[in-house]
Structures are given as C-alpha cells and as structure tokens.
Ligand binder design. Sequence first.
Ligand SMILES: [Zn+2]
Length: 676
Amino acid sequence: MDKPSEQSEQVGKPDPATSASSQSQPSRRQSPSAADLNPSALAKAEGSADRAAPTKTRNKALLLTKIGVGCFVVGATTSAAITLSPSISLSRNKAFSAIPKVAGVGAIAQNISTQGLGAFPGEISASYLCLAPTAAAAPSATPAAIAPGLVSPTLSTILAGAVNPSFVGQFRAAPWPGIHEAARMARVPVLMYHDILPEKEVFFDVTVEEFAGHLERIKEEGLTPISFDQLYDHLRSGAPLPPKPVLLTFDDGYIGHYTHVYPLLKEYQYPAVFSLFTGKLDGDVAGRSTVTWEQAKEMAADPLITIAAHSVMHPRDLRELNDADLQREVVESKQRLEAELGIPIRYFTYPEGNYDERVAAAVAEAGYDAALTMSNYEEWFAGESDDLLSIGRFGQSQLAAIIPEAWEGLGMNVVGRNTFDFYSPVRVMEELETEEGRLALITGGRPVTVHADSRYQLPEILARTNAVAAVDGGFFNLRYLDSNVMIGPVLSQATQTFVPGNPSENPLLNTRPLALISADEVKFVPFDADKHNTLRGVQAEMADVTDAFVGAAWLVRDGEPQPPESFGTLFDFEAYRHRAFWGINNAGQPVIGVTKDRVDSVALGELLHQVGFRDAIMLDSGASTSLTYEGESFVDYEPRPVPHMVALLTTEEAQGPCPLTFDPLPGAQEVQAEAF
Ligand SMILES: [Zn+2]
C-alpha cells in the first residue's frame, strides 16, 4: 500500500518496542482483507514494525494489581506557564507566530508561520475562545456565547442524571471465585478489629473511646462503610460501590461487640461483619468474653450486620488439621450458625488468617461464597486479593493510612450518561493486569487538549502546561518530524486556535468520533467532513466547546463495546498493537490510558467496557502510543514524538472556562521579553 505513513517510517524512529521482531502476525479475529483496509494517510503510527506477534503474559492465578502507591495523590502542579487571560493571549500569540491580525466576524483569519504548519496547505482560522461573557471581551471576541466553566463542582451536577441500570447489568460476573476486572482497580479496604472494651488489655484491643473516634473519622473523611454483600457483588461482578468504601469487620465475638460496637454502628447506620466461632458461644472454648446466642441472634436480624463463620473451635491454623477436622470446623460452624440465627451464612473468616489451597477448597465445598483472611506481614485491598476466598484485610491501626486510599474504583459509581464529574481526584493505575494484557490508566480531573507547535515527547509538552497527566492525542501527519499538522480539524484551548483539516483528507474521517470538550461536558459525535471543518461547525455541536479533534475509532459507545464491523476501514484495527485511548467512565469522569501489551481494538473495547468506561475512543496505536504522569513515562519504550495530547488538570487547576496554561514555545518567555 502506498501510504504516507509508510514513507514516514523512513524518517520516523522504528518502534523501539518491537524492533526486534517484524514478522507479520495472524489476526485474532476474522478481519477484512488487506485490500479492504483504508490505504489512506489516516493511519498515524501504523508502522509495520508494530505488527509483531503478541507477547502477552498470562498470569491468571495471581492477578495482582501493581499500583503506583503514593503517586495518585493530587497536588497542585506548578508551572512557569503563562495564563491565558485575554490580554496575555494576544501578546502570547504575537510572540508565538507574529500573526497579522485581520478583524473578522467572530473569528480572525491568520497566516500562521509557525514551524511545521507551513506544510499544511489549508486555511487557518482562529477565534478567542474561553472568555466568560462577563469578562472585558476583546473586540475580536466571538459573539457566540461561551459559557463560563464551573467554578466549583456541585453535588447536584454529579448526581443529577438518573442512574441507568443497564450500565451495571452489562458487567459480566467473573467465574467464581475470580475477581472481576473492574474491581481490580478499586481500593476497598477491609478493616479488622478484635475486642472493643473500656480499657486496653492487649495491644490489638481498642477502647470504646478510640473506636467511637474511628467512626467519627470515617464520617468526617467521607468514607462509606459497606456490607459484605456489597463487597461481594462488587468483587464478583463489578457492581458499583459508594464513594470511598470500607468494610468494617470484628473477629471472635467479644461481648464488647454487642455492648459497645453494635449500638455505635446503629447510631452511625454503618454496616459491619461479626465473625463468630460457635465453640465460644457454646462455652466449649474459654475466651475473655463472648456474646451470647441471644445477642448474636439480635444482631443477625439487623440488616446492618453480617455474621460470618469463624470455625467451631478457632484452631490457630486450619492447615494443620486433617481432612475430617478441617471439614468439621468449616461445615459445622456454618450449619450451627444458620440453625441458631435463622439466616444463611455466606462468608467464612480463617482463624488467624491461615489458609492454603486445601483449606480454601474445603471452604468452597462447604458452600461459602467468600472468605476473609489476614496477614501480619502483608496487607492488601480487597480487589488485590487472589480471589474471593482470600480477601485481604488491614489491621484497624491502619485506619489513618487507608483513609486517603479508599476508592470505589473506575466507573463504579454509576451516574447518568449526561452527567460529568470533572472535579474528582486524579488517580493513577500504573499497571493493571487484565486477561487481555496490562493497562495503564489515569482517571479523574478535567480533560483538556494541547496542540503543540511541533512534535515532542509527551512529558516535554506536559512540562509546558499546568496539567498533571497526558496521553498522546489525535492523528497527525507523519511526513515531517517537526510538523504539528493534524489529520482532521483540531481546536485546542492551549492555542485557542481552530485549525481545519485538509479538505481532501477529511472525508476519509467521516463517521469516526469527533471528540468535543467543554468546561463541563465531553461529547463524541460521528465526524462529518461537510459540517465539522469550521469553528462554527463544531460550535453547532457544542456551543461552549473549547477543544476538539477527530479520534481513530469508538471502542466503547453509549455503554456498549464496539463490534468488529464498527471499525470499518481503520487500518490494522484487528492487529495486536500498543494502543492509546481516552473516554468517560461510568462515574462521568475522564480517563486516559494506554495498553502496556499489544491488544486488538475489539478486545480493547470489551476490556474498557468491563473496567467501567461508558464511552471510549482510540487515539493512537503503535510506536507513538504514550502516557505520562508528572513527567514520568508509563510506557516501556521511547515513543515517537507527537504534536497533540489529551491531558488532565487537577481540581485545583481546573477552575474557569479555559484553565489550561501552555508555554507556546520552549523558552518563549524570553522571546516574549525581547519582543517588548
Ligand atoms: Zn479469630
């Protein structure tokens, strides 16, 4: 095929991730023949070098999430970037490209001599966007009303839309006792308490006063105690959880659980789990104190309380028992509790956390749905557990440490599809293991785009902004290394410039997703070359649009993963490649990401749907696929430089209509200083 992208391979760097291997690979699915593929210039980074055979790693037995602990904390990023106030943007543009200004109606025609742009034959027009109507508008301000951005998030914004239950219904349950992909990225801590009493006797005791303080702290910090059933549904089928969920558990049936804990739980209306071993209630095992069967029955009848079986005699280590004794501890405790309390007992808690495959198998055989463990050496969030029979817990002393970490996960808090949340904390999942390969995802914050003046490594562009994270953006022309020419129209608040797409290329983009961003909304609409190649055209789709560009393909659309047919003529959509994407999760939050293994587009769409995207579009694939957070690259190779990116601003930076700041050129401030 005679493609500019192939020519560009000669000037572009080879894909460092795949340069060792270049044989072609079989496609995973039935796909159009090569002749049906679009031989256009649209494929941005479709280097043949990336068609190497997949090198996926499969480790289903131990799908542990490696999370960039500590790096998801949101902080205001500092930047020397200038602010896009109307007056500065004028001088900035002057310094940027010495633009001769010609007054237009709502737009200014400009000849831009910026490096690289000269390669593009089309007309460039610009308009000053991002002006709140009340601002002292420059004479050239577009008469089209640009709505000001939200100054602060409001609960009503976040909760306005009705929840569409179909989003939840689409999640497939993981094969038991597997944990659902979506739950892998949440961070639900299960807190473990033992005795609660007026005065401490051993180190793991908690006084009533301390415990009341814990509940108050949980309330103040916005954590939401959930029930074991909620956690189970979440882990099993990706069911949504309330914000900052936590599960409270109390082991060993001390009297304080009834006299002190239960009344406080009722006062706060917090659900909790009490793990009882029946030998203690029966008086067969001596203990410091015990709840009575009567008290246990009263608590079991309360919907707030879940009773879990904790064996009969509380042997220190179930692994040391013979099969018959193990069977008795696991089965009899369940039967006895069910008979005495009149409720089904679904969950087991291993005494002292000790279990192995044989013990877990006995628990499964006995009919339990899930089991809690603990370890003195390692603590992990529920979604990081190997499976439902090994749910990890944190000791109660870890409360302060887990408070900032508790997170309901990506897309778990399902809101209506026209509801957006651009003010949630930015969260980083540096490496998420899935069955299709590894993903890196960054969610939260507010989405913006940057159309830079040339091609750079992503961290270089990010460093010139007040954004915290970015993924490489739309299609660009590969012919020139120093070009910023995009395929299709592009509008970025970084430049406040609308650059039309090449009219001869635009029709080839028809029906692909046109991404439209405003201060409080994102839309993906099918691109129409006849309608969308002017600023007015994109404003007709979204009046207060601040950013727009054309993406490669829909991966998830209106809550549905896209079938192979939907990819049409997209080059190599069925090939195994590194792929970049962005979209909106079921909570209405933006998410940017890349695959860290090679996946085909259809599988990627299914995967993103599973992990909670309600809409996702593919941005890129192959050698320029890149993702960065605070200057750190999240891909394992040096990607090709790019001129465009989708970035995330933290809540602190996200105020106003166009909050993105962008140094137009490296060292531009000095240039500007000289110009004056
Ligand atoms: Zn115990």
